[in-house]
Design a protein around this ligand. Structure first.
Ligand code: GAR
Length: 196
């Protein structure tokens, strides 16, 4: 049946959390595929340990972004993927994937968007320094960390926090919040506003 693909570039702690919760809770659609744009990333080891099929593609080895995304799209078709869940995928989604999966791509970002988009959002918020940052989950459009917001959780940066303790709080929130949002998405409890 149809299922979910996670796209990731790095450690993959959110990927692991999504796979584990989906299995524990017997979701009607499971995480059946990992797409990774960084051969050698730790997330590939996690996929192997969790017995999730994975593909590592190096975008640089393709003539253009569209060619890379066409290759990804072929894999997604093979696996009958219905949803794309970005979990630390540090690359903009281009028109090829956006058109094929319009309103079916979500992203998690470690700040209260629209504050601190882009890379190193945890470090950006900590060193600004703001007193509250957090986690945002949103539908993906052509922009960088833009698109309709689905859920946000604020997290305090306490005086005694270090970058490490604050980052740990962010990740703990992410690992709880993302599975809840993806579950609501696949079960139709939420949908992209532009679909309505
Ligand atoms: C997460 O904190 C996620 O919010 C962030 O990358 C980390 C991936 O961690 N994403 C972005 O910064 C997107 N702009 P993980 O690989 O352990 O899941």
């Amino acid at each position: 049946g149809v299922s979910i693909a996670v796209f990731a570039s790095g450690s993959g702690s959110n990927f692991q959390s999504l796979v584990e919760v989906a299995r524990q809770e017997h979701w009607p659609e499971q995480i059946s595929l990992l797409i990774c744009d960084r051969p050698g990333a730790k997330v590939l080891k996690r996929a192997q340990a969790l017995d999730v099929e994975s593909y590592a593609l190096a975008p640089k080895s393709f003539a253009a972004k569209a060619k890379y995304e066409q290759a990804v799209l072929e894999i997604l078709k093979q696996f009958q993927i219905r949803w794309i869940v970005l979990a630390g995928y540090m690359r903009l989604i281009g028109p090829t994937l956006l058109t094929a999966y319009s309103n079916r791509i979500v992203n998690i970002h470690p700040s209260l968007l629209p504050a601190f988009p882009g890379k190193n959002a945890i470090e950006q918020a900590f060193s600004y320094p703001v007193k509250v940052s957090g986690v945002t989950i949103h539908f993906v459009d052509e922009g960088m960390d833009t698109g309709p917001i689905i859920a946000q959780t604020p997290i305090e940066i306490a005086p005694e926090d270090t970058i490490e303790t604050f980052a740990k709080k962010v990740h703990q929130v992410e690992h709880k919040l993302y599975p809840r949002v993806v579950y609501d998405l696949i079960t139709g409890k939420i949908s992209c506003p532009s679909l309505d």
